[in-house]
Write a protein that binds this ligand. Structure first.
Ligand code: MLT
Length: 312
């Protein structure tokens, strides 16, 4: 009878609202991407999809919580590249990204933009490099904590120019952007999904995009290679996770809803306006996501170890 009950419970999934935990503050890039796919996913699943922001420790707080959530598909996690950098960055992480989750599917790979407060002196990437080197004791870089994409990008930038500066951590780049706009901090590397509006509105300075090609939504912004820092490239891949032990049929249903959402013309259009695109359909699957996560952990490990930045 227990087996029959379990099978029925799976068949009935979802019979209550689903919560997607976002590991950064509301209004930021991860939140934006999640909210865009939540509505079409909700339609496909026939249930409400609720977004919960659990910000802290560069995204690892939320990941740790969802790792320990009931494996029933009702509490899932949107996370990004931080899932692959955290195991090297954090010496005492209380979960193993590979074994603590069932991967649901990849979502998008978001370009980053190097931006600054509007009245920050340097006007080009070349000037920024010179300025940061000359003023390394006073310039301030904003990020969303160790493990955030903005942290990783800042680390890569500082490595590329061989200069470390003061960093101020926020609960997400949403609030960090507020302080950039207020002139409280100087510069930041942040996802196009959070910076496009301010760049287009002329509210921030932009130096470069961290992709091999220019972005369709910001065609005037040079790539890091064009602007003089070849090799300084990073994309912020996102994926959906359920706690390990979630029934396969439930994970498959969530994955099918994700695939449907990513094929939604409104989602594709909104993503494009923000400088990104859904992953190819065959990447929004549990298997492709699992392989990609393992590859990314292996990719970033030596880079982070060389940079020597760790959190406890
Ligand atoms: C956010 O949603 O605030 C960002 O993804 C933070 C980051 O990783 O830089």
């Amino acid at each position: 009878a227990a087996t029959v009950g379990a099978v029925r419970a799976q068949d009935a999934f979802p019979s209550q609202p689903i919560t997607i935990v976002v590991p950064f503050a509301a209004g930021g890039p991860t939140d934006t991407v999640t909210r865009l796919i939540a509505e079409p996913m909700s339609k496909e699943l026939g249930q409400q999809v609720v977004i919960q922001n659990v910000a802290g420790a560069g995204g690892t707080l939320a990941a740790g919580q969802v790792a320990k959530a009931s494996p029933d598909g009702y509490t899932i996690l949107m996370h990004h590249i931080g899932m692959s950098t955290a195991p090297t960055l954090y010496r005492n992480l209380d979960f193993d990204p590979v074994t603590a989750f069932a991967t649901v599917g990849l979502v998008t790979n978001v370009p980053m933009t190097l931006i600054a407060r509007k009245d920050f002196e340097p006007n080009t990437l070349e000037e920024l490099v010179t300025y940061v080197k000359a003023n390394k004791d006073t310039v301030v870089y904003a990020n969303a904590g160790i493990g955030a994409a903005s942290h990783l990008c800042g680390m890569l930038f500082m490595n590329a120019i061989d200069t470390a500066v003061t960093t101020v951590p926020y609960k997400g780049t949403g609030p960090a952007m507020t302080d950039i706009l207020a002139g409280e901090v100087d510069f930041m590397c942040d996802q196009s999904t959070n910076t496009t509006g301010q760049i287009k509105g002329g509210e921030v300075k932009v130096y470069a995009v961290t992709t091999p090609e220019r972005l369709g939504n910001l065609p005037d912004v040079p790539t890091t290679t064009e602007a003089g820092l070849p090799g300084f490239q990073v994309g912020v891949w996102h994926g959906l996770y359920a706690p390990a032990g979630t029934p396969e049929a439930t994970v498959e249903k969530l994955s099918a809803a994700l695939q449907k959402a990513l094929a939604d013309p409104t989602v594709i259009e909104r993503f494009a306006e923000l400088g990104t695109a859904p992953v190819a359909a065959d990447q929004a699957t549990p298997a492709a996501h699992k392989t990609y996560l393992a590859d990314q952990i292996a990719l970033w490990k030596p880079i982070i170890e060389k940079a020597g930045v760790f959190a406890d």
